[in-house]
Design a protein around this ligand. Structure first.
Ligand code: G1P
Length: 293
Protein backbone atom coordinates (compact mmCIF):
# COMPACT_ATOMS: atom_id res chain seq x y z
CA UNK A 1 0.00 0.00 0.00
CA UNK A 2 1.14 3.55 -0.75
CA UNK A 3 2.29 6.00 1.94
CA UNK A 4 -0.09 8.76 3.00
CA UNK A 5 0.43 11.80 0.77
CA UNK A 6 -3.05 13.37 0.82
CA UNK A 7 -5.10 14.89 3.59
CA UNK A 8 -8.68 16.01 3.38
CA UNK A 9 -10.00 18.93 5.43
CA UNK A 10 -13.78 19.29 5.58
CA UNK A 11 -14.21 23.05 6.05
CA UNK A 12 -17.63 23.77 4.58
CA UNK A 13 -19.53 23.81 7.91
CA UNK A 14 -21.47 26.93 8.89
CA UNK A 15 -19.98 27.38 12.35
CA UNK A 16 -23.29 28.37 13.90
CA UNK A 17 -21.97 27.73 17.41
CA UNK A 18 -19.71 30.75 17.04
CA UNK A 19 -22.21 33.26 15.72
CA UNK A 20 -21.99 36.20 15.45
CA UNK A 21 -18.20 35.81 14.99
CA UNK A 22 -18.70 33.42 12.07
CA UNK A 23 -21.37 35.36 10.20
CA UNK A 24 -18.97 36.57 7.50
CA UNK A 25 -15.85 34.61 8.44
CA UNK A 26 -15.13 30.86 8.36
CA UNK A 27 -14.91 29.29 11.82
CA UNK A 28 -11.68 27.61 10.68
CA UNK A 29 -10.11 31.09 10.47
CA UNK A 30 -10.73 31.91 14.14
CA UNK A 31 -7.29 32.40 15.69
CA UNK A 32 -5.98 30.53 18.72
CA UNK A 33 -3.31 32.97 19.98
CA UNK A 34 -1.92 34.01 16.58
CA UNK A 35 -2.77 31.24 14.12
CA UNK A 36 -6.10 30.29 12.59
CA UNK A 37 -7.44 26.84 13.50
CA UNK A 38 -7.01 25.53 9.96
CA UNK A 39 -3.31 26.39 9.98
CA UNK A 40 -2.74 24.21 13.05
CA UNK A 41 -4.35 21.30 11.21
CA UNK A 42 -2.37 21.90 8.00
CA UNK A 43 0.90 22.10 9.95
CA UNK A 44 0.07 18.86 11.74
CA UNK A 45 -0.48 17.09 8.41
CA UNK A 46 2.69 18.63 6.95
CA UNK A 47 4.73 17.43 9.92
CA UNK A 48 3.39 13.95 9.19
CA UNK A 49 4.96 14.11 5.71
CA UNK A 50 1.70 14.90 3.90
CA UNK A 51 2.05 17.45 1.09
CA UNK A 52 -1.27 17.43 -0.77
CA UNK A 53 -4.00 19.22 1.16
CA UNK A 54 -7.55 18.87 -0.12
CA UNK A 55 -9.98 21.41 1.27
CA UNK A 56 -13.65 20.55 0.97
CA UNK A 57 -15.00 24.03 1.17
CA UNK A 58 -18.17 26.01 0.63
CA UNK A 59 -19.67 29.45 0.19
CA UNK A 60 -18.25 32.20 2.48
CA UNK A 61 -14.96 30.31 2.86
CA UNK A 62 -12.82 32.45 0.53
CA UNK A 63 -10.62 33.56 3.44
CA UNK A 64 -9.24 30.01 3.75
CA UNK A 65 -8.11 30.02 0.11
CA UNK A 66 -6.57 33.45 0.52
CA UNK A 67 -4.76 32.37 3.68
CA UNK A 68 -2.90 29.63 1.80
CA UNK A 69 -2.26 31.74 -1.29
CA UNK A 70 0.54 34.22 -1.90
CA UNK A 71 -0.23 37.69 -0.46
CA UNK A 72 1.65 39.68 -3.06
CA UNK A 73 0.94 43.24 -1.78
CA UNK A 74 1.53 42.31 1.85
CA UNK A 75 4.80 40.53 1.07
CA UNK A 76 6.03 43.44 -1.07
CA UNK A 77 5.18 45.94 1.69
CA UNK A 78 6.87 43.87 4.40
CA UNK A 79 10.00 43.43 2.28
CA UNK A 80 10.14 47.17 1.47
CA UNK A 81 9.81 47.98 5.19
CA UNK A 82 12.59 45.50 6.08
CA UNK A 83 10.17 43.54 8.27
CA UNK A 84 11.95 40.29 7.53
CA UNK A 85 10.68 38.33 10.52
CA UNK A 86 7.05 39.10 9.65
CA UNK A 87 7.74 38.30 6.02
CA UNK A 88 9.11 34.92 7.08
CA UNK A 89 5.98 34.29 9.17
CA UNK A 90 3.71 35.12 6.22
CA UNK A 91 5.71 33.05 3.73
CA UNK A 92 5.97 30.02 6.00
CA UNK A 93 2.17 29.53 5.96
CA UNK A 94 2.57 27.70 2.67
CA UNK A 95 5.95 26.05 2.15
CA UNK A 96 6.85 25.61 -1.55
CA UNK A 97 6.33 21.87 -1.49
CA UNK A 98 2.82 22.11 -0.03
CA UNK A 99 -0.04 21.82 -2.51
CA UNK A 100 -3.53 23.07 -1.79
CA UNK A 101 -6.56 21.93 -3.76
CA UNK A 102 -10.06 23.26 -3.18
CA UNK A 103 -13.31 21.56 -3.98
CA UNK A 104 -16.80 22.52 -2.96
CA UNK A 105 -19.41 20.74 -0.92
CA UNK A 106 -22.58 22.29 -2.33
CA UNK A 107 -24.94 21.03 0.38
CA UNK A 108 -24.28 20.37 4.05
CA UNK A 109 -25.23 16.70 4.07
CA UNK A 110 -22.76 15.57 6.73
CA UNK A 111 -19.13 14.63 7.31
CA UNK A 112 -19.37 11.45 5.19
CA UNK A 113 -20.75 13.53 2.34
CA UNK A 114 -17.92 16.06 2.71
CA UNK A 115 -15.36 13.26 2.42
CA UNK A 116 -17.17 11.93 -0.64
CA UNK A 117 -17.04 15.39 -2.25
CA UNK A 118 -13.24 15.13 -2.10
CA UNK A 119 -13.16 11.57 -3.42
CA UNK A 120 -12.27 12.49 -7.02
CA UNK A 121 -9.00 13.94 -5.74
CA UNK A 122 -8.22 10.95 -3.55
CA UNK A 123 -7.42 8.85 -6.60
CA UNK A 124 -7.88 5.45 -4.97
CA UNK A 125 -5.18 6.02 -2.36
CA UNK A 126 -5.28 5.83 1.42
CA UNK A 127 -5.76 9.32 2.83
CA UNK A 128 -5.92 11.31 6.05
CA UNK A 129 -8.88 13.32 7.32
CA UNK A 130 -8.35 16.15 9.80
CA UNK A 131 -11.18 18.08 11.42
CA UNK A 132 -9.78 21.55 12.14
CA UNK A 133 -12.27 22.06 15.00
CA UNK A 134 -10.29 19.54 16.96
CA UNK A 135 -7.01 21.23 17.79
CA UNK A 136 -4.58 18.45 18.66
CA UNK A 137 -1.30 18.97 20.44
CA UNK A 138 1.30 16.32 21.12
CA UNK A 139 5.02 16.18 21.71
CA UNK A 140 4.97 14.14 18.51
CA UNK A 141 2.21 15.60 16.30
CA UNK A 142 -0.88 13.36 16.43
CA UNK A 143 -1.10 12.74 12.66
CA UNK A 144 2.55 11.73 12.65
CA UNK A 145 1.79 9.16 15.35
CA UNK A 146 -1.05 7.87 13.19
CA UNK A 147 1.03 7.67 10.00
CA UNK A 148 3.51 5.55 11.96
CA UNK A 149 0.72 3.23 13.06
CA UNK A 150 -0.50 3.04 9.46
CA UNK A 151 3.00 2.14 8.22
CA UNK A 152 2.99 -0.77 10.64
CA UNK A 153 -0.57 -2.09 10.16
CA UNK A 154 -1.44 -1.00 6.61
CA UNK A 155 -5.04 -0.50 7.62
CA UNK A 156 -7.36 2.36 8.54
CA UNK A 157 -6.45 4.07 11.80
CA UNK A 158 -8.88 6.20 13.80
CA UNK A 159 -7.74 8.48 16.62
CA UNK A 160 -9.62 7.90 19.87
CA UNK A 161 -9.57 9.11 23.44
CA UNK A 162 -11.42 8.10 26.58
CA UNK A 163 -14.47 10.31 27.05
CA UNK A 164 -16.71 10.73 30.11
CA UNK A 165 -19.60 8.24 29.85
CA UNK A 166 -22.19 11.05 29.93
CA UNK A 167 -20.61 12.63 26.80
CA UNK A 168 -20.95 9.72 24.35
CA UNK A 169 -23.64 11.65 22.43
CA UNK A 170 -20.94 14.05 21.18
CA UNK A 171 -18.73 11.41 19.53
CA UNK A 172 -18.38 8.42 17.31
CA UNK A 173 -17.77 5.59 19.78
CA UNK A 174 -15.67 2.50 18.98
CA UNK A 175 -15.41 -0.90 20.62
CA UNK A 176 -13.11 -3.84 19.92
CA UNK A 177 -10.27 -6.00 21.14
CA UNK A 178 -7.08 -4.48 22.54
CA UNK A 179 -4.09 -5.44 20.38
CA UNK A 180 -1.51 -3.75 22.56
CA UNK A 181 -1.14 -0.57 24.55
CA UNK A 182 -2.98 2.26 22.73
CA UNK A 183 -4.30 0.07 19.92
CA UNK A 184 -7.72 -1.56 19.53
CA UNK A 185 -8.84 -3.85 16.72
CA UNK A 186 -12.24 -2.27 16.08
CA UNK A 187 -15.32 -4.47 15.90
CA UNK A 188 -17.99 -1.74 16.19
CA UNK A 189 -18.32 1.96 15.62
CA UNK A 190 -21.47 3.97 16.31
CA UNK A 191 -22.16 7.66 15.80
CA UNK A 192 -23.23 9.65 18.86
CA UNK A 193 -24.91 6.89 20.90
CA UNK A 194 -26.80 7.60 24.12
CA UNK A 195 -24.69 6.64 27.17
CA UNK A 196 -26.80 3.51 27.75
CA UNK A 197 -26.22 2.35 24.15
CA UNK A 198 -22.51 3.23 23.93
CA UNK A 199 -20.35 0.11 23.38
CA UNK A 200 -17.39 1.70 25.24
CA UNK A 201 -16.04 5.08 26.35
CA UNK A 202 -13.57 5.41 23.46
CA UNK A 203 -14.61 8.50 21.51
CA UNK A 204 -13.37 9.34 18.02
CA UNK A 205 -11.24 12.50 17.81
CA UNK A 206 -11.12 14.34 14.50
CA UNK A 207 -8.16 12.50 12.96
CA UNK A 208 -8.46 9.54 10.60
CA UNK A 209 -6.34 7.57 8.16
CA UNK A 210 -8.68 5.75 5.83
CA UNK A 211 -8.28 3.25 3.04
CA UNK A 212 -10.11 4.24 -0.17
CA UNK A 213 -12.70 1.47 0.28
CA UNK A 214 -14.48 3.74 2.74
CA UNK A 215 -15.59 5.92 -0.19
CA UNK A 216 -17.59 3.06 -1.76
CA UNK A 217 -19.20 2.46 1.60
CA UNK A 218 -20.19 6.12 2.00
CA UNK A 219 -21.62 6.21 -1.54
CA UNK A 220 -24.20 3.61 -0.61
CA UNK A 221 -25.17 4.96 2.80
CA UNK A 222 -28.62 6.07 3.86
CA UNK A 223 -28.81 9.17 6.05
CA UNK A 224 -27.72 8.47 9.60
CA UNK A 225 -27.80 10.31 12.94
CA UNK A 226 -29.15 13.87 12.59
CA UNK A 227 -30.30 13.10 9.02
CA UNK A 228 -26.67 13.32 7.86
CA UNK A 229 -24.43 11.07 5.79
CA UNK A 230 -22.03 10.01 8.52
CA UNK A 231 -18.36 9.14 8.07
CA UNK A 232 -18.77 6.85 11.08
CA UNK A 233 -21.36 4.76 9.19
CA UNK A 234 -18.98 4.49 6.23
CA UNK A 235 -16.27 3.19 8.56
CA UNK A 236 -18.78 0.73 10.05
CA UNK A 237 -19.31 -0.59 6.49
CA UNK A 238 -15.57 -0.78 5.86
CA UNK A 239 -15.19 -2.86 9.02
CA UNK A 240 -17.11 -5.69 7.39
CA UNK A 241 -14.43 -5.95 4.69
CA UNK A 242 -11.18 -4.79 6.26
CA UNK A 243 -9.43 -4.37 9.55
CA UNK A 244 -9.77 -0.98 11.19
CA UNK A 245 -7.74 0.06 14.22
CA UNK A 246 -8.48 2.66 16.88
CA UNK A 247 -5.39 4.39 18.19
CA UNK A 248 -5.31 6.14 21.57
CA UNK A 249 -3.09 9.05 20.62
CA UNK A 250 -0.54 10.62 22.96
CA UNK A 251 -1.41 14.24 23.46
CA UNK A 252 -4.23 16.69 24.08
CA UNK A 253 -7.33 17.57 22.12
CA UNK A 254 -9.22 20.84 22.38
CA UNK A 255 -12.75 20.85 21.06
CA UNK A 256 -12.55 24.24 19.36
CA UNK A 257 -16.03 23.70 17.95
CA UNK A 258 -17.24 24.71 21.43
CA UNK A 259 -16.61 28.04 23.15
CA UNK A 260 -15.21 26.35 26.28
CA UNK A 261 -12.76 24.22 24.29
CA UNK A 262 -11.73 27.18 22.19
CA UNK A 263 -10.99 29.27 25.30
CA UNK A 264 -9.09 26.39 26.94
CA UNK A 265 -6.92 26.06 23.83
CA UNK A 266 -6.34 29.82 23.77
CA UNK A 267 -5.25 29.95 27.42
CA UNK A 268 -3.04 26.85 27.33
CA UNK A 269 -1.36 27.68 24.02
CA UNK A 270 -0.82 31.26 25.16
CA UNK A 271 0.95 29.91 28.26
CA UNK A 272 3.21 27.81 26.01
CA UNK A 273 3.89 30.60 23.53
CA UNK A 274 7.60 31.54 23.54
CA UNK A 275 6.98 35.30 23.31
CA UNK A 276 3.82 35.96 25.26
CA UNK A 277 3.85 32.89 27.55
CA UNK A 278 5.80 34.29 30.54
CA UNK A 279 3.87 37.59 30.63
CA UNK A 280 0.55 35.81 30.24
CA UNK A 281 1.42 33.47 33.11
CA UNK A 282 2.09 36.51 35.34
CA UNK A 283 -1.21 38.00 34.26
CA UNK A 284 -3.14 34.83 35.17
CA UNK A 285 -1.32 34.70 38.52
CA UNK A 286 -2.32 38.32 39.19
CA UNK A 287 -5.97 37.44 38.48
CA UNK A 288 -5.71 34.68 41.05
CA UNK A 289 -4.05 36.88 43.62
CA UNK A 290 -6.72 39.53 43.24
CA UNK A 291 -9.39 36.85 43.78
CA UNK A 292 -11.00 37.30 40.35
CA UNK A 293 -10.60 33.58 39.57
C1 G1P B 1 -17.56 14.39 14.15
C2 G1P B 1 -17.72 12.89 13.93
C3 G1P B 1 -17.66 12.17 15.29
C4 G1P B 1 -16.36 12.52 15.99
C5 G1P B 1 -16.22 14.05 16.13
C6 G1P B 1 -14.87 14.44 16.69
O1 G1P B 1 -18.68 14.88 14.83
O2 G1P B 1 -18.97 12.64 13.28
O3 G1P B 1 -17.72 10.78 15.09
O4 G1P B 1 -16.32 11.91 17.27
O5 G1P B 1 -16.38 14.70 14.86
O6 G1P B 1 -14.77 15.82 16.87
P1 G1P B 1 -19.05 16.44 14.94
O7 G1P B 1 -18.27 16.96 16.10
O8 G1P B 1 -18.65 17.07 13.65
O9 G1P B 1 -20.53 16.49 15.19
Amino acid sequence: MKPITKALFPVAGLGTRFLPATKAQPKEMLPVVDKPLIQYAIEEAYEAGIREMIFVTGRTKRAIEDHFDMAYELETELAAANKHELLRVVQSIKPDDLECVFIRQPKMLGLGHAVLCGSLLINGEPFAVLLADDLMVGEKPIMRQMVEQYAEWRASIIAVQEVPPEQTRRYGIVAGTPVRDRLVDVSRIVEKPAPEDAPSNLGVAGRYILTPGVLDEIRNLPRGVGGEIQLTDGIAGLLRREKVFAYRYEGRRYDCGSKEGFLQASVELALEHPQIGPGFRDYLASLRESGRV
